[in-house]
Design a protein around this ligand. Structure first.
Ligand code: BDR
Ligand code: CA
Length: 306
């Protein structure tokens, strides 16, 4: 069992990742922290609470930063995830409330209470993780590994020709994380563009899991339409679920070790680049994936849900 906290901006593929984590027998989900990106941080918090209530998990949700480290705030990605984050599925008001600690303090405390055991999986911009690193020098040692959905080494970008969206939205935070010396894995577009889910995959999830799989199927309609609008007709990428699966099944990924830097200004802002050896700690960058096996796990585990 791994102890896991997901830092998230839900988000349609975030919802898929959180439902996957709830269903996976080898994951002990300890809570969620929230961040802007696909939606504002406040909406991310509401959506995170609502997703946990849907899977019947009573876990802490810690609200995160509302703005990037250095860049000005930006408009959420409504064209990809819908105005409220779940496509055309209305995000009902949850019963629960976030905890009083903010995301960075929550991550710091949990990393210290579960020293050497806690895996953090950020699937949105890296602002909360950068704050935790800057606030507590012990954080990078206490945390077992940080498995990041974001970046692209050779695949090019998805929000600009050079940058992946999560890194682009707070490149300064990403650079703090890649420079930190923490044990890092990057699950970026180099692999997530190889893991695609089609309309018929979501229909099969919904057939086996009518309530929660059905909810994901409804959300996926909006997401797949966005993909089609940009000329991608072979399905949507399982970005965020791939990162959660990399936490428990690293054997399904091939990695290269590189020190990474992030471009923080200009046309290539948000690009993740391999730096000279020795410049900073190395990141395990996922460059190959057994995509059929990752997708099979995703479909199998979601089918376990009601
Ligand atoms: C990432 O950006 C967001 O739109 C997704 O939720 C995912 O985390 C993919 O680039
Ligand atoms: Ca996300």
């Amino acid at each position: 069992m791994i102890k896991l906290i997901i830092d998230t901006d839900p988000g349609i593929d975030d919802a898929m990742a959180i439902f996957y984590a709830a269903a996976a027998p080898e994951i002990d989900l300890l809570g969620l922290s929230t961040i802007f990106g696909n939606v504002t941080t406040k909406i991310a918090t509401r959506n995170a609470l609502r997703l946990l209530e849907a899977v019947d998990l009573d876990l802490p949700v810690a609200q995160g930063a509302e703005i990037p480290l250095t860049l000005p705030p930006f408009a959420p990605s409504a064209q990809v995830h819908g105005k409220e984050g779940f496509g055309d599925v209305p995000a009902a008001q949850p019963k629960g409330q976030p905890v009083s600690e903010d995301a960075a303090d929550f991550l710091i405390r949990m990393a210290s209470e579960h020293k050497g055991e806690l895996v953090v999986c950020p699937i949105g911009p890296l602002t909360n993780i950068a704050h935790a690193i800057q606030r507590d020098p012990k954080f990078v040692k206490n945390v077992k590994r940080i498995v990041i959905m974001g970046g692209s080494l050779r695949e090019g970008g998805n929000i600009t020709p050079h940058a992946e969206a999560n890194i682009y939205h707070d490149p300064h935070a990403a650079d703090v994380v890649f420079a930190s010396g923490a044990r890092l894995t990057m699950v970026g577009l180099d692999v997530t563009h190889q893991i695609l889910c089609t309309q018929s995959d979501f229909a099969s999830i919904a057939a086996q899991s009518p309530e929660l799989g059905g909810m994901l199927q409804k959300m996926s309609e909006f997401y797949l339409q966005f993909y089609e609008s940009v000329g991608k007709f072979d399905g949507c990428s399982l970005h965020d679920p791939a990162a959660v699966i990399a936490c428990t099944h690293p054997d399904l990924f091939e990695v290269e070790s590189h020190p990474l830097t992030v471009v923080c200004e200009g046309e290539s802002s948000g690009a993740t680049l391999a730096a000279a050896p020795g410049a900073r700690g190395v990141t395990s960058v996922c460059m190959g994936v057994k995509s059929d096996a990752v997708k099979a796990l995703f479909l199998e585990r979601l089918a376990l849900l009601p």
